[in-house]
Design a protein around this ligand. Structure first.
Ligand SMILES: Cc1cc2nc3c(=O)[nH]c(=O)nc-3n(C[C@H](O)[C@H](O)[C@H](O)COP(=O)(O)O)c2cc1C
Length: 361
């Protein structure tokens, strides 16, 4: 008999026993009715991944405060009891089916397509253009105002409150979004941060804000609650960016988030496959390196709906878990297909345009 695919083996993530290693990657679907409250249709959308056999579901990036966090119109939030209760209905549905949920907590910083006034690490205009399809706001991003220490305290408060709400809503944990060019990545990235205080300059300083938020959320939550972090090299407005210090930067960043209390590291690779976003300039695997130097569970990402590529990434120890974005949209039953050796369907651009309805069906 053929051996089962490695992605179908169980994994222990802290106190959670995951039925397999296939994780739904966070995907913004901008599907609320404007109030940031998750809808019934979103419940069906998320439940579909649970019934399709995914071991863990990470939500779309969810905004953490009403000041400067929101990235997109119709993005869900976790800033009040009504939003929390909407999420609770979703977590209840997926938990019942057997897939725990982690909420991705997101602050847009300079990359908001909802707000007209934004705050970031520094008053540096973002490169390139806003994303099509997420908002009527298009074109260049406005130049943000540099965050004061008081602004940063508001961000921290937002994250703590959001994590409390997520726990009350039945989530197994939260993922602090430090990837893809949003607020914490704006602090981390050399060309979007020219601060002269303890949050600018060296890589140690640039990762400080992210580490402080992880530490605060960690210390507010009971030990069972998972606090993960997502990082990346590339950004939604700069796909090809690589950390200038390669694994040296990786070492500082991974150690900082580990020491702050992160329970896992999720390494994102937007768009062009694992190697494109996860390797350094000299070809070293940052997720594998994160795993080795911290001993933390790592979620790898980037084109891993391909069965062979998923096998390679897990067997070669680039990660303990794999997250699927577009592959999960096209195949909400990807783990079932894998178990039955049925080829996954290709992603079609219209999956996004049709919102969550197509998968909820
Ligand atoms: C529609 C869509 C929305 C996304 N929204 C988010 C998000 O909210 N947070 C995040 O960290 N990544 C987001 N991503 C990136 C994915 O999590 C993932 O990193 C990316 O799609 C690459 O994985 P894939 O090759 O499996 O698609 C999004 C991707 C897609 C396709």
């Amino acid at each position: 008999m053929e051996q089962a695919h490695i992605a179908l083996s169980q994994f222990q993530l802290k106190n959670l026993t995951l039925q397999n290693r296939a994780v739904v990657a966070p995907m913004s679907r901008v599907s609320t009715l404007g109030d940031g409250v998750p809808t019934e249709l979103m419940k069906d959308y998320y439940a579909r991944f649970a019934s399709g056999g995914f071991g863990l579901i990470i939500t779309e990036g969810t905004y953490t405060d009403r000041h400067y966090a929101q990235a997109y119109p119709n993005q869900p939030g976790i800033t009040n009891a009504i939003q929390r209760d909407g999420w609770a209905r979703i977590a209840e549905a997926t938990n019942q089916i057997g897939a725990p949920m982690i909420m991705q907590l997101m602050h847009a910083g300079a990359l908001s397509q909802h707000l007209s006034a934004t705050r970031s690490a520094s008053a540096i205009p973002p490169v390139r253009h806003m994303l099509p399809g997420y908002s009527k706001k298009q074109g260049r991003y406005p130049t943000p105002q540099a965050m004061t220490l008081a602004d940063m305290d508001m961000v921290k408060e937002g994250y703590i409150q959001a994590a409390r709400h997520a726990r009350q809503a039945g989530f197994a944990g939260v993922e602090i979004h430090g990837a893809n060019g949003y607020l914490f990545d704006q602090f981390l990235t050399d060309y979007t941060n020219n601060r002269e205080d303890q949050y600018g300059g060296t890589t140690e300083n640039r990762v400080r804000f992210l580490a402080e938020v992880i530490g605060l959320v960690r210390s507010e939550m009971d030990d069972k609650f998972i606090v993960g972090v997502r990082v990346s090299q590339g950004k939604v407005n700069d796909f090809d960016y690589l950390w200038s210090g390669g694994v040296k930067d990786g070492e500082i960043i991974f150690k900082a988030v580990h020491q702050a209390g992160a329970d896992y590291i999720h390494f994102a690779s937007e768009g062009l496959g694992f190697d494109h976003g996860c390797l350094t300039r000299d070809g070293q695997s940052l997720p594998a390196f994160a795993r080795r130097i911290t001993g933390l569970p790592v979620i790898a990402n980037g084109g891993l709906d391909d069965f062979k590529e998923a096998e390679r990434i897990l067997s070669d120890q680039h990660g303990d878990l794999i997250s699927l974005g577009k592959g999960a949209l096209a195949n909400p039953d990807w783990p079932e297909k894998l178990a039955q050796s049925l080829a996954p369907l290709p992603f079609e651009a219209n999956y996004f345009a049709q919102g969550v309805a197509i998968q909820a069906a």
